[in-house]
Ligand binder design. Structure first.
Ligand code: BTN
Length: 266
């Protein structure tokens, strides 16, 4: 399976109005999120996509490194939504829902979402989302939503040993490689479709669908924020995207995505 993505092929077949109208591809870059920000600063319109064959400085949440070998799908989309800065966290739910639905529809995988920004298959992370917002005063100038899908590589060959237990890839799960053009096209169409649902019908519908793909609600979880650890029952994710935890003393605590990571206690 060729590792280079044929952007012209994707664009010929793409049925979207604005997401992917402009697609920039390069074989190698530091981070597609940084590249997309540069494009946005130069006036690139909403829906512009920056995609790379490999990232040398891929970034994850909480300042973590994101390993981005050849064969993965690493891209970022520029959005200019009419949202308050505090509401842009909702875009992480939109993007992870789009990825989970696409993986289910294309490959029949039981893809699940985990608060706040992961997509899992068989309990292992297959995709991460990194959303970054540029604000001017109280207004959102643009948001860059970066999507990283572990696709055509074997986890043991390309990712460091400390990730072998917690990460997976399409190749590892399906036992074969997939056509990246086909996956990108389907993802961009799903992203646009759900973005329009979000704008027309509001976040509640996106969140309701997102919740149907979770398996952590109702489970005992640990939430980490720096050195601090919170333990409790994951009771809900509310309309602001906050995790509602029931603590040991019975009280409810809302936790915002920020710098947190969540571990499900099995
Ligand atoms: C996470 O789970 O911590 C988020 C990972 C996000 C990775 C993607 S790959 C494309 C885009 N460019 C980056 O540098 N990061 C995001």
């Amino acid at each position: 399976m060729p590792l280079k993505i044929k952007v012209e092929k994707v664009q010929e077949e793409l049925r979207t109005h604005f997401i992917g109208k402009y697609i920039f591809f390069t074989r190698e870059i530091g981070s597609t999120n940084d590249w997309a920000k540069e494009l946005a600063e130069m006036g690139a319109p909403e829906g512009t996509v920056a995609i790379a064959g490999t990232q040398t400085a891929g970034r994850g949440r909480v300042g973590r490194r994101w390993h981005s070998p050849k064969g993965g799908l690493w891209f970022s989309v520029i959005l200019k939504p009419d949202l308050k800065p505090s509401e842009t966290v909702k875009l992480v739910f939109w993007a992870s829902l789009a990825v989970a639905e696409t993986l289910r529809e294309l490959y029949g995988l039981k893809a699940e979402v985990k608060w706040p920004n992961d997509v899992l298959v068989n309990g292992r992370k297959i995709c991460g989302i990194l959303s970054e917002t540029k604000t001017v005063g109280e207004k959102v100038d643009y948001v860059v939503v970066g999507v990283g899908v572990n696709a055509n590589f074997k986890v043991e060959n390309e990712l460091p040993p400390e990730l072998w237990e917690t990460a997976t890839s399409l190749e590892t799960t399906l036992g074969k490689q997939v056509a990246l053009e086909h996956l990108l096209k389907a993802l961009l169409e799903k992203l646009e479709n759900l973005y329009q649902t979000f704008l027309k019908e509001g976040f509640a519908l996106i969140l309701a669908k997102w919740k149907t793909y979770t398996s952590f609600l109702g489970c005992e979880v640990e939430v980490y924020s720096g050195n601090e650890k919170l333990e409790g029952l994951a009771s809900d994710v509310d309309e602001e995207g906050a995790l509602v935890l029931r603590l040991r003393d019975g009280s409810l605590k809302r936790v915002f995505a920020g710098d947190l990571s969540l571990k499900i206690r099995r």
